[in-house]
Write a protein that binds this ligand. Structure first.
Ligand code: KIV
Length: 266
């Protein structure tokens, strides 16, 4: 795969070609996924749940994120690497610069921050310093204790409007991409249409510019034995992980994943 850059992603959005993204935490899977054509590898702080066995992403540290980002960089063959900043690692601007710097130096091409319009200032300042930022909106797992669980966001019109405004504000501040998690499919379609930057969905329906899944989920490896409604098991019917990744890329590109039953209504 030729090297994927922000320019590549922007071109994919412009021509309506769906963007493929998967979480990834080590060199072997980075090699396999990038060879299968996955365009973005997300070193997600979901590693706290799927690798470390915690019940949330909150215990993950910047050192954990930098370690796994460096592992992914070594195996990657051309995908764009996005690394999550961990819980409370971007509470002040000073902390934000230091921790974003650690992830970029470990091999990330972009960092991801969870939040809302309050992220505008850190995003502006990071972009000015050469750090592209992906803003994560909707169900932001680091706020699980505020939401009272992993719940669909934006079901009432006031919250939906807030999410539309947050997306616009963060794009205006300089965000290069948005991840939209667990929001009703029509709302995700609205936000995607209004955005000039790629919007990648997870549990957000088929009308975003691309899709992301947690790798362990799409390989049918749920620790709890139960997968979220928006997940498809791409390992089913395949004889290798390489084939499962290829099936995922083909399903997203052709628009057969996600199907209507993977989405949420308002
Ligand atoms: O950490 C992660 O895996 C994520 C995805 C759920 C988008 O942020």
């Amino acid at each position: 795969m030729p090297e994927v850059t922000l320019t590549t992603l922007q071109a994919l959005k412009q021509r309506g070609e769906k963007i493929t993204m998967l979480t990834c935490y080590d060199a072997t899977f980075a090699h396999t996924a990038s060879q299968a054509g996955v365009e973005i590898l997300l070193v997600g702080d979901s590693l706290g749940m799927v690798l470390q066995g915690h019940d949330s992403t909150l215990p993950v540290t910047t050192a954990d994120m930098a370690y796994h980002t460096a592992c992914v960089k070594r195996g990657n063959r051309g995908a764009l690497i996005v690394a999550d900043m961990s819980f409370m690692a971007y509470s002040t601007l000073e902390q934000t610069f230091q921790n974003a710097g650690a992830l970029m130096q470990a091999g990330a091409h972009m960092i991801k921050l969870e939040g809302a319009a309050w992220l505008a200032e850190p995003i502006r300042q990071l972009a000015e310093r050469g750090v592209p930022v992906c803003a994560h909106l909707g169900l932001t797992p680091q706020s699980v204790n505020v939401f009272g669980g992993f719940k669909v966001q934006g079901r009432d019109e006031a919250r939906a409007q807030q999410l539309r405004e947050d997306a616009k504000a963060l794009e205006a501040a300089g965000a290069a991409m948005i991840v939209l998690e667990c929001v009703p499919s029509p709302l995700a379609a609205d936000i995607t249409r209004a955005a000039n930057i790629p919007v990648i969905g997870i549990g957000a329906g088929a009308d975003t510019d691309g899709q992301v899944l947690v790798m362990h989920d799409m390989l049918g490896l749920a620790l709890t034995g139960r997968s979220p409604k928006f997940v498809n098991n791409f390992m089913a019917g395949q004889s290798s992980i390489q084939e499962a990744f290829t099936a995922y890329v083909q399903a997203v590109k052709s628009g057969t994943f996600p199907a209507p039953e993977h989405g949420f209504s308002a």
